[in-house]
Design a protein around this ligand. Structure first.
Ligand SMILES: Cc1cc2nc3c(=O)[nH]c(=O)nc-3n(C[C@H](O)[C@H](O)[C@H](O)COP(=O)(O)OP(=O)(O)OC[C@H]3O[C@@H](n4cnc5c(N)ncnc54)[C@H](O)[C@@H]3O)c2cc1C
Length: 407
């Protein structure tokens, strides 16, 4: 059997490990644009100079040799030929497969605003090559503008602030981390970033730019006309699945590369996993999808069933947050919140079941919430303080599968 995996990120590496655990004999080839395996979650540590390139790797040094994997690194896929069962690389090489996994992740999306797309001092933050380019550019930069205050934008801000840089962050929502947090929890991080010197422009969009004769943007103009001086701009305004070269009749790309519950695309023997599928944008889910795809490539029938598409852990300035499920309540939801000097908790209850939870400060008892959300357990009848719930509150499951509370 010839296995080919495109991508050496969370999904690709997990798939390779899963195949090698069960099958030491088949040929296994990996192809990646990355010249070096690295954790994207650690890129801010590179920007802050806490880790060098080597320290971003999440596999042992001899991973490929030890697992007898042929690694085509720093190679881009040009075109997939499903009929011939071949992957064509940019240099013209063709790699044959019996089973193929596409785990190409995503690329930063640069919006068509002013000269953002063509200027020489504008970067996304997705790959080590982006972080290296930002680091070089930051050496001479006085004013850094970051567009987007999601996890990636704040990671970039945090990393660069650690090296003493001034950063301005533009966010079109009325709060930072709008996908992960509500206003109360977001404010706690905003205060910490501001104390460290960051400036926020909330409820504002980048609308125009001024570019000099060297092709560098010198000013970002906001939608209220305000002008921000800029030597370096980082755009963290979302991603697009890396699907270029995989356009075929059989492979459907919508928000991501479409897969069935077994992580198979519409093309025979072609699977996809990780951020490229658009199912999720977090590391543990990419790994789980990589593992599931690999099991199915080896002949299994294992469905992918992770309902935590929206689960995030956040830590900036030593403050932890965890959010699972829904963040924005509907009008008909019940919202219960509790706050003290160092902790904030908020739960959203929809139709008697927990739809989302947000914990900030002490996140140590997150397990019970994940369990309630994942298993869609009714909390409608509980009389005790909902924040004091724990696993011992269950006394069992009825024959019909219904959970029963011990109160
Ligand atoms: C700055 C940043 C911070 C993050 N922080 C967190 C966090 O704290 N927690 C969390 O859970 N998640 C975090 N994430 C998200 C997490 O990193 C991703 O969900 C995860 O990396 C997805 O893994 P993947 O294998 O799908 O894709 P990737 O890790 O992106 O890997 C894609 C692979 O495909 C290769 N590739 C792409 N196109 C081609 C091509 N045409 N030809 C050949 N090879 C190609 C690339 O070289 C790469 O090896 C963060 C992401 C970023 C960018």
């Amino acid at each position: 059997m010839k296995y080919v995996i495109i991508g050496v990120g969370a999904a690709g590496i997990m798939a390779a490990k899963t195949i090698r655990k069960a099958d030491k004999e088949s040929s296994l080839t990996m192809i990646s644009l990355d010249a070096q395996v690295h954790s994207r979650c650690m890129l801010h540590k590179y920007l802050s100079h806490e880790r060098n390139e080597k320290q971003l790797s999440f596999i042992p040094e001899n991973f490929f040799e030890e697992n007898q994997i042929i690694w085509n690194k720093a190679q881009s896929v040009k075109q997939l030929h499903v009929k011939e069962k071949q992957v064509e690389l940019l240099d013209g090489t063709r790699v044959e497969y019996d089973k193929l996994l596409i785990a190409t992740g995503a690329n930063s999306f640069i919006p068509p605003v002013g000269n953002l797309r063509e200027a020489k001092n504008v970067f996304g933050l997705r790959h080590l090559s982006d972080a290296q380019a930002i680091d070089q550019s930051a050496k001479k930069a006085e004013n850094i503008v970051i567009i987007g205050s999601g996890l990636v934008g704040l990671d970039a801000a945090y990393g660069l602030m650690e090296t003493g840089k001034n950063v301005s962050i533009v966010e079109m929502a009325d709060r930072i981390l709008p996908v992960q947090l509500d206003k109360t929890a977001a404010k706690e991080y905003q205060k910490r970033f501001e104390s460290a010197g960051a400036k926020f422009y909330l409820g504002r969009k980048a609308a125009e730019t001024k570019m000099d004769e060297n092709g560098k943007i010198t000013t970002v103009i906001l939608d209220n006309g305000e002008e921000l001086k800029s030597d370096l701009i980082i755009v963290a305004a979302g991603v697009r699945s890396a699907t270029a070269g995989f356009e075929t009749e059989e492979i459907i790309v919508d928000r991501g590369m479409k897969v069935d519950e077994f992580m198979q695309t519409g093309a025979k023997d072609v699977y996809a996993a990780g951020d490229v599928t658009g199912l999720s944008g977090i590391w543990p889910n990419a790994q789980k999808q990589g593992e599931t795809a690999a099991l199915n490539m080896m002949g299994g029938r294992v469905p992918y069933t992770d309902r935590f598409a929206a689960k995030n852990t956040i830590n900036f300035f030593g403050l932890n947050s965890l959010c699972v499920g829904e963040i924005v309540p509907k009008e008909t939801d019940v919202v219960i919140a509790r706050e003290d000097a160092s902790n904030y908790k908020r739960v959203i209850i929809r139709d008697g079941k927990v739809a989302g939870v947000l914990l900030q400060g002490d996140i140590s008892h997150a397990g019970i919430w994940q369990y309630l959300i994942k298993n869609q357990i009714s909390v409608a009848g509980i009389k005790k303080d909902i924040f004091a719930l724990n696993f011992s509150d269950f006394y069992g499951i009825k024959e019909n599968g219904e959970y029963v509370w011990n109160f």
